[in-house]
Each structure stands twice: as C-alpha cells, then as structure tokens.
Design a protein. Structure first.
Length: 309
C-alpha cells in the first residue's frame, strides 16, 4: 500500500519511494498518538459553538439556530432559551513546504524534494484523520501557495497538490526562498496548532526571528532534509560547486585532503548551529537524508524525540 498517487517518475525525479504498510502503521502509532494527544488535553476552545459539551443556556437572540432551543428551560422561564455548546476540539496542522531550488538537489537515492514530498504525504495522511484539519503553505517557488485548512480527503488532496514533484526547479533570487510570509501568517494565527516546517534550511537565516512567535503559539516540528554530498566532498579532482539559491559558482580541487576536511568541518559546524537555533526556539528537530529509508528514520526520530545520527 502507498499514499502516493500515480504520477510520472523518472531517474532524475524518482519520488519518495515505497511507503510500506508496516512503517505507515508504526508512524500512525507514533505521531498519531502525539497529534491526538494535543487535541483534548492541551487546547481549550477559544469560542462557543456546536459540540457535545454544554457550555451555557442563555436567552434566545435573533439569528440563533432554533434547533438549539432548550424547551424545558423555555417552559420554566417563559422566555425562549438556547443551549450553547463547547465546540468540538480539533487540531489544525499547517504544513510549510520549501520549494526553493536547493530542494532539487540529490546525489543518493532521491532528491531532497522527493523526500519532502513523502514527508508531506505521510504527515498529511495522519493529520487529516478523526476530524482534524490540514492547511498547506509553500514558499521558494515562482508561485507561493496557501491552501486553507481542510479535513479528511479534501485535506489530503491539498497536500497532494502542494507536494507535486515538479517544484523547486526554477531559478530565482535567494530573497524569494525564505519562508517570511508563511511565518508571518502563522505567527498571527488566531488558534494554536501543529506546524510542520519541511526544508533543507539552506541559505540566509533572516527568517529565524519570525520562527520564535510561531513556536510560542504552535507546536513546531522542523523537518530538515540533507544530502550526503552537502556534508562531505568526494575526491573527484577539479569540481565546480554551484549555490542553487543564488547561482554563485566556485571552482575547487577536491583532490586536496585538507580542502575536503575543511569543507566537512564547516558543513558540520553550520548544521550544528542550525540545530542549536531550532532547539533554542523550542522546535522538535528531525533530520532526514536522501539516502536510505526516510520513512523509517522519521518514525524512529519521532518516537525517541529527536535526531538519530
């Protein structure tokens, strides 16, 4: 069984790969329990509305639904009264997808965009169950998208649309690749929920200050996607390195052992500083790779609570 729709795949765009039923069940147990745990115990309804728990009985006002009239109280008070219930508690999950050019990079089993697609579909499947809703925000592509929260199949279809495998390939300035507008929107959201930010977190970090109010209002899951060649240069002689976000090129001699060691040290330090920033903001940090079984790694890290090296 797979969550994926039958879309064309090529060696250059292999997609997320298989999603075994056993791993999906394990992920459902792991993150599904966490999602359901947020709903009844940690979020109190901010308004009154339809539900099963009675909040109050008050005099009828023009515009009230006559089906909510409490006839027993009305008979005793001789004035129409209506029953007002606490709304059903449901969790809204916002999936924020990075579609910037660097996500099209991949030297192992698949591209970073393919792993992001799989994560989006898996989380979308879990977060649209049991009355919960899913909204989608994208950034970094020539056209950003904002899909309002939806439940059930409609919510999952919105993920399928946003996680299309053709994203992240068009060239654009790096300033357009930051999730600034998405974070501003989420920081001002009226109700708290779950935010899953799926990205490689490459490029300038001018968006980090905006992540603080998002983490303060929502439960924040930061899913970082890496490729092995971003952390370790191969020994292949002269090589041109291109920054996918800016288009900047640099020519290097990878046969130099000292150069390769300095590259690995700098890459490790840069990723460690990112992890520190995310922890400081209170985000749950998950690291996935384009190499190996990303779904199994996602389930394991969610279960143990963080990155497994």
């Amino acid at each position: 069984m797979s969550l994926l729709t039958p879309v064309p795949r090529t060696p250059a765009r292999p997609g997320p790969g298989p999603t075994p039923e056993a791993l999906l069940r394990a992920l459902d147990v792991t993150i599904g329990r966490r999602i359901r745990g947020l709903v009844p115990g940690e979020f109190r309804a901010l308004d009154l509305g339809g539900g099963t728990e009675l909040a109050q009985v008050r005099p009828y006002e023009p515009g009230d639904d006559v089906r909510r009239i409490d006839w027993n109280v009305t008979a005793r008070m001789l004035v129409p009264h209506v029953r007002v219930h606490v709304p059903e508690r449901s969790l809204t999950t916002w999936l924020v997808l990075d579609e910037s050019p660097s996500m099209a990079f991949g030297t192992a089993d698949r591209r970073k965009a393919d792993v992001a697609e799989g994560v989006a579909l898996a989380l979308g499947h879990l977060s649209t169950q049991r009355g919960n809703r899913l909204g989608v925000l994208t950034y970094g592509a020539s056209e950003t998208r904002r899909i309002p929260p939806r439940g059930g199949r409609a919510g999952l279809l919105s993920v399928l649309a946003a996680a299309a495998p053709d994203g992240g390939t068009a060239a654009r300035p790096a300033s357009d690749a930051a999730p600034l507008s998405a974070l501003r929107f989420l920081a001002g959201a009226s109700r708290g929920g779950l935010v899953a930010l799926v990205s490689d977190f490459r490029g300038p970090r001018d968006w980090l200050p905006l992540l603080a109010p998002v983490a303060a209002r929502h439960h924040l899951l930061a899913v970082e996607i890496r490729d092995p060649r971003e952390d370790d240069l191969p020994d292949v002689g002269d090589l041109t390195l291109v920054d996918a976000e800016t288009g900047r090129e640099v020519r290097v001699d990878t046969s130099s052992r000292r150069l390769r060691a300095r590259f690995a040290e700098a890459a490790a330090a840069e990723r460690a500083s990112l992890a520190l920033e995310l922890r400081r903001l209170g985000a749950r940090h998950i690291v996935l790779s384009t190499s190996g079984e990303w779904l199994r790694s996602l389930a394991v890290q969610l279960r143990v609570g963080g990155h497994v090296a």
